[in-house]
Design a protein around this ligand. Structure first.
Ligand code: FRU
Length: 487
């Protein structure tokens, strides 16, 4: 159980995002609603702020917003998971038993250059303590030579059978393979559901397949896609393919690959279906090998806010903050019809904060600026600031963390189609070391970690090369759920 005296004391500890009580965290795992409560597990190294032997950390919530820490659910202990309980998913089986399906990792060489991976199960009837299954490993051998890399089982039920997809590789091609089972223990290999055509990376991690709006969607995290202009600029990507899975042949026919979040820090996303019939996604809010200044303070890594997925008739996945996040709202500020000119600043000097939700609508009709946007986490003199800007000529949204503090710098740009639109809406979630941006009701999402000074709390709006009108501004200070949890 969480022990308050181990909690890192750091200005960048997040207020309302899922983090471990201390030390390292990466992928979200086992997202599920069980006995009416939401459970989130995560890859966790409880002994160090760096990645190492993986455990499954665990939190649960009644409302997707206030999280309660539970004891570690899975730890390496057996011959098949000796060096790590890697990522996986959760289902409630036919008898109401919460079942985790995960990858057991074994290093075959001391320098970790060779590995073997087994798929394993663990069960719980109280949603708190888990027992590894006597049938483990439930899948012991890969279906082809994948140099040991086969992991991250995502399990779901279709008609009266269970299905599992796994991320893997063959040579330099990332792939996803499909299995079928009647009882979650004995699995039959069906085939390769989808694979890289040579442009989509050498290894596919964390696959997740689900039905939405009459189509099948495959979300996965390919490694090794080359950058192309504004696209694929992070070390690894997370994106999706939309199509149809043939459950007989196992083949997934699909369209083109699209990145899911076009910011800096978003990886290993996983989804689940909740009792309200919603498809909700949570991702790791970091990127492999990025510099994490918090590691010297005893922790590293966090998860994104829960996001609602919707699929448009054009096969575009929209990602929006879940409405429950409104429970975090405290003091509200509202303004409308603000004329923003290039010569002025400090439009919103009465608003300050490091934990904020902002919804701002900028007019495209009343605009002759070449760029406009919002600045958050600004110091008094703006030498430190995180900028979200719209480049009118290129129709591109830019997340600029060049001057955001002590973390990694740079910009991410993403095209936004505004043809026929009279305005553009920015919806921002700012926490002590993160910014999550949603544009035009989920059409575009951009996420980034930032590490500003704790006194950099100003917020502003700006225009360059001309003027813009802010049609409406709404912002809220947001609660710190972890302080509440410690009370
Ligand atoms: C993705 C990943 C998974 C693996 C886990 C190990 O970030 O590499 O493929 O199961 O992290 O922690």
């Amino acid at each position: 159980m969480d022990s308050a005296n181990h909690l890192p004391d750091d200005i960048h500890r997040l207020a309302y995002h899922i983090m471990a009580p201390a030390n390292w965290i990466n992928d979200p795992n086992g997202l599920v609603q069980y006995k009416g409560e939401y459970h989130v597990f995560y890859q966790h190294h409880p002994d160090s702020p760096k990645w190492g032997p993986m455990h499954w950390g665990h939190v649960k919530s009644k409302d997707l917003v206030h999280w309660e820490r539970l004891s570690i659910a899975l730890a390496p202990s057996e011959a098949y998971d000796r060096d790590g309980c890697f990522s996986g998913s959760a289902v409630v089986d036919d008898h109401g038993v919460l079942t985790l399906i995960y990858t057991g990792n074994i290093w075959m060489k001391e320098d970790q250059s060779e590995l073997k991976q087994y798929q394993c199960a663990a069960t719980s009837t109280d949603g708190v303590t888990f027992v590894k299954d006597p049938a483990n490993p439930v899948i012991a051998e890969p279906p082809f030579d994948c140099c040991g890399h086969i992991r991250d089982p995502k399990v779901w039920k279709h008609e009266d059978q269970w299905y599992m997809i796994l991320g893997t590789r063959e040579g330099n091609h990332g792939k996803v393979v499909l299995y079928r089972s009647k009882d979650l223990r004995s699995w039959n290999y069906i085939g390769i559901a989808a694979e890289s055509d040579g442009t989509l990376g050498y290894m596919w991690e964390c696959p997740d397949l689900f039905r939405l709006n009459g189509k099948d969607v495959l979300v996965f995290s390919p490694q090794g896609i080359e950058p192309q202009g504004d696209k694929y600029n992070n070390l690894h990507q997370t994106g999706y393919l939309v199509g149809n899975l043939d459950y007989q042949t196992g083949k997934f026919q699909h369209g083109g690959f699209e990145e899911l979040d076009k910011g800096f820090d978003f990886y290993a996303a996983q989804t689940f279906h909740d009792e309200q019939g919603r498809r909700i996604l949570i991702a790791w809010m970091d990127m492999w090998e990025s510099y994490m200044p918090t590691q010297t303070k005893g922790w590293g890594g966090a998860l994104t806010i829960p996001r609602l997925l919707e699929l448009t008739p054009e096969n575009k996945l929209l990602m929006k903050p879940v409405p429950e996040l409104e429970l975090l709202r405290k003091e509200h500020d509202h303004a409308q019809s603000i004329e923003v000119t290039p010569l002025q600043s400090d439009y919103l000097s009465h608003i300050k904060g490091d934990c904020l939700e902002i919804v701002a609508e900028f007019s495209l009709a009343a605009c002759d600026a070449s760029e406009f946007g919002i600045k958050v986490r600004c110091s008094e003199d703006y030498t430190e600031e995180t900028v979200i800007r719209f480049d009118v000529n290129d129709s591109a949204v830019i997340f600029d963390r060049t001057r955001s503090g002590i973390g990694e710098e740079g910009i991410r740009r993403a095209f936004l189609d505004v043809s026929g639109k009279k305005s553009i809406k920015f919806h921002l979630f700012v926490d002590r070391s993160s910014v999550e941006l949603f544009v035009n009701d989920g059409e575009l999402a951009m996420t980034g970690r930032i590490y500003p000074n704790s006194s950099s709390n100003k917020v502003d709006i700006f225009a360059e090369g001309g003027c813009v009108q802010v049609l409406s501004w709404n912002s809220w200070k947001l609660k710190d759920i972890w302080i509440e949890a410690r009370k």
